[in-house]
Design a protein around this ligand. Structure first.
Ligand code: WT7
Length: 636
């Protein structure tokens, strides 16, 4: 099959086939990729254990699909366009030939530093082309990358490095973000105090801030590249990987305190990201694709690096932030590089919307063909602003629903084909079977219903396990409902069969499109020496989608509550990272608990939302009077 779908009739037809004969459907798609050895079996699976295997017996290397196979047809086409943080600095372009060379060379650097197939490598880097090169070089030699977003703290990095037992770290001296500099290597140094498994750190030069380089452990990226060049190690054969060999680990938050390492494997992930990239955006050769996410999140893995490159696309990497030097930066970039596809998050749209139209005016956005949204529900207002003022009502908006665990997009319009409905992710892609279930696990059929969103049948991009703890993967995603993958999202299916994601039904909150576990934030708050207990919930936030509201029991605040709140916020920054800092901290005399000691978060959520009247039944509380005190002290 081709990835091109040109009408709703065709979509319905392809969808029907994909459900009736899923194996034939996926085999045809997989056939458009480059395999070293063809698979014996398309799919083996059960959701009980779970045990999911796609393309068994097949071998491949994803970088041959992203690089080598394009050399004959598009060696001189830009693979990566890089726009730096500072608009005064020169942008860079890497053609497929150049990217191939750089990946091979750095893959040899990794080998020279002792890395081999199966080793875990932590990557903590700014958004520079070398980040994509590092990721691809790991894949080239069969090492497993674990990219950690540059906004995470030393403690968070240490937890992730220890969990995966990484032997190598790739980082940079520092990075630029807007008018700030981030001291990446310093943060890594703090993390490594707790990480005996790491024996080598490769450090890229970016802002040349002073860093400590430890003899025998730390080496400079540039020196290692020179060494490899001098030795003539320019080529690097791609390691032959089994389809189900691990490609990468990416940590994400869940309902418990400890982030889990979501594992994706080579064959299925490659097929799924390539397929969804081409299908959803209806990418055409030569188009410039600009996904504004950070490569540290799944969106960047799938739709900056692997999806676009496997399809021979030109992918734009932007180092900066949407609001610096001013709120017109995205539109500058779109204009400068004649971007055709823009894929961004509702939080960015809302923040730019608030800055005013004067930042949009004066930029030529006529190159845009498709607009994408990802990471959280997009509200009607933001959808219309995006459609009208950025897309000038000419560009379809694709609201793409998916998760770190799903590897790629599952529910989304197909650009130019699916009639949109603002705030709806619309319909499942061919190959994806959404199911709504009620509390009892009964499937809810028909339209005009809502329930918990599950997926019925495997798709190639789904997670295979959580690193080092398969049982956790089972209980989290496959134990709630028999034979279904549970997403953790609530969802509505309207009269037309269109899906609208209503948000998480577990204790996960979505702050600016970033997933944060309330338990994780509570653990961090509770580490502060003056805190006795805390409870964290999300509340609606105009820009971020959700903000973090913390209810804290502490005696210290009686002396200086403002300072204590700041200390607590600093503690969270230190333990998790600035992205998890609570927006509001309210000191409370107690928490609403049931007689069995369970915190009734429903009540706290209501209060945080500002709904002080409909708190529901509070009669089962151990001490109902605490609710009044919390209500009276609410931070508006
Ligand atoms: C959660 C997954 C998907 C990559 C970025 C986030 C929410 C994601 C949408 C959307 C409504 C969405 C869900 C999901 N979400 N996209 N288009 N509409 N909600 O990945 O960190 O794994 O978070 O983000 O709640 O479960 P993630």
């Amino acid at each position: 099959m081709s990835f091109r779908i040109s009408s709703m009739e065709e979509y319905r037809e392809v969808y029907r086939k994909s459900v009736e004969q899923p194996e034939a459907f996926w085999a045809e798609i997989a056939g458009s990729f480059l395999w070293k050895k063809k698979w014996d079996r398309v799919l083996d699976w059960n959701f009980k254990e779970p045990d999911i295997r796609w393309f068994s017996g097949g071998t491949l290397n994803i970088t041959e699909n992203c690089l080598d196979r394009h050399l004959e047809t598009r060696a001189d086409q830009p693979a990566i366009i890089w726009e730096p943080n500072d608009p005064e600095e020169h942008h860079r372009v890497l053609t497929y030939r150049q990217l191939h060379q750089k990946v091979c060379l750095f893959a040899n650097v990794l080998k020279n530093n002792g890395a081999k197939k199966g080793d875990r490598i932590c990557i903590y880097m700014p958004m520079v082309p070398e980040l994509a090169i590092a990721v691809l070089a790991c894949a080239r030699i069969g090492a497993v990358h674990s990219v950690v977003f540059g906004g995470f703290s030393a403690q968070s990095i240490a937890d992730r490095i220890q969990d995966a037992q990484c032997e190598l770290v790739i980082t940079a001296d520092g990075g630029f973000r807007g008018n700030k500099e981030v001291p990446l290597k310093n943060v890594i140094d703090d993390a490594l105090v707790q990480c005996p498994s790491v024996r080598r750190v490769i450090v890229l030069t970016r802002n040349r801030t002073p860093v400590s380089m430890i003899k025998g452990r730390d080496v400079w990226w540039e020196d290692e590249i020179k060494k490899a060049e001098t030795l003539g190690m320019l080529d690097c054969p791609a390691e032959e990987m089994d389809a189900e060999d691990m490609l990468f680990i990416l940590y994400t938050s869940g309902s418990t305190g400890k982030p889990k390492g979501v594992v994706h494997t080579c064959g299925g992930y490659m097929v799924y990201t390539g397929y969804t990239f081409k299908t959803v955006f209806q990418y055409e050769p030569g188009d410039v694709h600009f996904c504004t996410a950070d490569i540290g999140w799944i969106t960047g893995h799938s739709y900056i690096v692997y999806g676009p490159l496997s399809q021979g696309a030109t992918t734009l990497i932007f180092e900066g932030v949407p609001t610096w030097p001013d709120a017109g930066r995205f539109w500058d970039v779109v204009d400068k590089f004649k971007v055709n596809v823009l894929y961004t998050a509702p939080t960015a749209i809302r923040s730019l919307m608030q800055s005013g139209l004067e930042y949009v005016e004066g930029h030529d956005l006529s190159s845009l063909k498709v607009l994408g949204s990802v990471g959280e529900p997009i509200n009607q207002e933001a959808w219309h602003w995006y459609h009208e003022h950025i897309g000038k009502k000419r560009c379809p908006v694709v609201d793409t629903w998916w998760q770190t665990e799903t590897g790629g997009i599952l529910i989304s319009p197909i650009a130019g084909v699916t009639p949109a409905k603002p705030s709806y992710a619309t319909l499942p892609l061919p190959g994806v079977q959404p199911v709504l279930v009620d509390e009892k696990g009964e499937e809810i059929e028909g339209n005009g219903v809502s329930g918990n969103l599950c997926i019925r049948f495997p798709w190639p991009g789904m997670l295979r396990t959580t690193y080092g703890d398969h049982e956790r993967c089972r209980t989290n995603y496959f134990a709630a409902y028999d034979n279904l993958y549970f997403t953790g999202d609530g969802c509505l299916r309207d009269e037309d069969g269109y899906y609208r994601i209503t948000g998480r039904v577990d204790d996960v909150i979505n702050v600016s499109g970033h997933r944060i576990g309330t338990a994780e934030v509570e653990n961090a708050i509770n580490m502060h020496s003056d805190v006795i207990e805390s409870a964290v919930v999300g509340f609606p936030h105009d820009i971020k989608g959700q903000g973090i509201y913390a209810f804290v029991i502490s005696e210290q605040h009686l002396n200086d509550s403002d300072l204590t709140a700041k200390d607590i916020a600093m503690t969270v920054s230190r333990i998790i990272g600035p992205i998890a800092r609570p927006d509001k901290i309210q000191f409370v005399p107690g928490l609403p608990k049931t007689r069995s000691g369970k915190i009734m978060r429903r009540i706290l959520r209501k209060i945080a939302e500002g709904d002080l009247v409909n708190l529901g039944d509070t009669s089962t509380l151990l001490d109902p009077s605490v609710v009044d005190e919390i209500r009276n002290g609410r931070i508006a």
